[in-house]
Ligand binder design. Structure first.
Ligand SMILES: [Zn+2]
Length: 515
């Protein structure tokens, strides 16, 4: 991969039967970090998200609220769109599957391509269907006859459907995963997919009766009695938005010829993305995505976040009260690569105060204030650059700081390639932490006072230390750009110029607020 290779990054497209919660924010922020990171490394990047409008769940939610489906979808889709501003997301494209003119031709072309490969056939089917999951279940997958996810009894449905020949693709899928052509991270999820394939793949239904779908959805080509299964339809967004089936100029750039196509998704939809979707692409004669990065789930105050449970944590309200930087930093620093994470306000506030206000903010503030007070704000890079020798005071801590600075870029690159956002931010945090320790122990203000008392060597040591520290702050601003774009800009405004402005607090100290 060279730095000019295009990279395509997608989030899943959520059902819009309710407003967004903090779980959506997690995936959107992760995708944004990757998009910004690869742009910083010189790649053309396309960051795409959207909404899955054609679910039967949306029909039922609209019915329950006594409004039209189109109205419900438009209202909730706007709330998802608004997240981009509240979370400082650098989204390039959004697709709405019910109203975007690119989508239906793409899904139809995908259907026809699979049909031409002989992978679509009609058969009578009876099964247990959970509307919440939009999925058929075998009775042995249920717990006491109920859906494990929703706790509801699936409906017994008996109808003629169109089926997709998934069973034909087990070998090709296994080989794509084992050779790393289709990379699934973390390894536990990759193994989960491999054992699912080992268990045997069965063909699955890719249409529903139009009557049961109440006419909502994409009709099956040449069969108006059926609508396309919402997952076949939704997965198609990843290429319909690139013009597959309409204007295909973008398709070759971002899918057929791109160096990487990265899908971010939650563990609950792994099978759809790592088995169904690649099989559909193989059938249609299209390349596979290169990377599937799977995140686990958030809980809120110990309980599963779900729209129906009513304990959703509203990301817009959180950013309004605590700020975008605080929320992004919590999502990136507290959430481990593997395992569910419990969100609490106390944790969000502690992270922000400890690492943003007392860590990064304090470092930049001290360095800018010292240069302001003792060098009239002049941070002359040339002069400082000549003074980079290890100072005599606190040499061990100086070396620890230098090592953290030298390693950061490599650590960030490696961590983000595997979707490990906590490890990536830890590399930035290590610089800040070592720099603060160095300042506290080396006490450059004592050097400045000694210089004022006539010690010229102390003055040179002060310049060497502050030269390295202001360079460190500038590096921190750069490293932080993908993670905290707003804070990165504020830090750069404090320390990028030759003559530094007066120091201003970069992060507020947060406290627990009611409501
Ligand atoms: Zn369910």
């Amino acid at each position: 991969m060279t730095s000019r290779d295009p990279i395509y990054i997608t989030t899943t497209i959520p059902y819009v039967n309710a407003r967004p919660h903090i779980g959506h924010a997690l995936e959107l922020v992760q995708a944004d970090v990757l998009a910004r990171h690869y742009r910083r490394r010189g790649h053309p990047v396309r960051y795409q998200t959207g909404t899955d409008d054609n679910s039967l769940k949306n029909v039922l939610a609209a019915h329950a609220q006594g409004i039209g489906v189109r109205e419900l979808v438009a209202r909730n889709a706007a709330a998802f769109s608004d997240l981009a501003a509240h979370l400082s997301l650098s989204v390039d494209d959004e697709i709405s599957t019910s109203s975007d003119v690119r989508h239906k031709p793409g899904v139809h072309r995908l259907w026809r391509a699979c049909d031409e490969s002989g992978d679509i056939y009609r058969k009578h089917y009876a099964g247990l269907y959970c509307v919440g999951c939009e999925q058929f279940y075998h009775s042995d997958e249920l717990i006491a006859g109920r859906c494990a996810e929703h706790g509801t009894q699936p409906e017994l449905i008996s109808e003629e459907n169109w089926f997709f020949r998934l069973s034909a693709y087990a070998d090709q899928l296994r080989s794509a995963i084992l050779t790393g052509k289709l990379r699934i991270e973390p390894a536990g999820r990759r193994n989960e997919v491999l054992s699912f394939i080992e268990g045997g793949l069965t063909d699955f239904s890719i249409s529903r009766s139009a009557t049961r779908a109440r006419g909502w959805g994409v009709p099956v080509p040449d069969d108006p009695s059926q609508v396309i299964y919402v997952w076949f339809d939704a997965l198609g967004n990843y290429i319909s938005a690139l013009g597959y089936g309409s204007d295909e100029a973008e398709l070759s750039r971002w899918w057929t010829n791109a160096s990487r196509q990265i899908h971010l998704l939650g563990k609950d939809v792994l099978r759809f993305h790592a088995v169904y979707w690649p099989a559909i692409l193989l059938s249609a004669g299209l390349p596979l995505p290169s990377d599937i990065l799977v995140h686990d789930h958030l809980t809120a105050d110990g309980a599963k976040i779900s729209k129906s449970a009513g304990n959703t944590v509203d990301p817009v309200a959180l950013t309004a009260t605590y700020g975008t930087d605080a929320l992004r930093w919590w999502l990136l620093r507290d959430v481990p690569r593997v395992g569910d994470t419990d969100f609490t306000l106390v944790r969000l506030i502690a992270r922000s105060n400890d690492e943003l206000a007392n860590g990064i903010g304090n470092l930049v503030n001290r360095v800018v204030a010292l240069i302001g007070k003792y060098r009239d704000g002049v941070a002359d890079r040339q002069e400082y650059a000549q003074q980079y020798d290890t100072p005599r005071r606190q040499a061990d801590q100086w070396r620890a700081l230098s090592a953290a600075r030298a390693k950061a870029t490599g650590l960030i690159d490696a961590a983000l390639a595997g979707g490990d956002f906590r490890k990536a931010t830890a590399a930035v945090w290590a610089i800040v932490d070592h720099a603060n320790r160095y300042v506290s122990h080396s006490r450059p203000w004592d050097l400045a006072k000694a210089e004022l008392a006539g010690d010229r060597d102390a003055g040179r040591q002060f310049d060497a230390a502050l030269g390295a520290l202001i360079a460190t702050c500038r590096e921190v601003a750069g490293h932080l750009e993908p993670f905290l774009p707003d804070a990165s800009a504020r830090i750069a405004a404090q320390c990028a110029s030759e003559r530094l402005p007066a120091p201003v607090p970069l992060f507020p100290r947060l406290c627990l607020l009611d409501g």
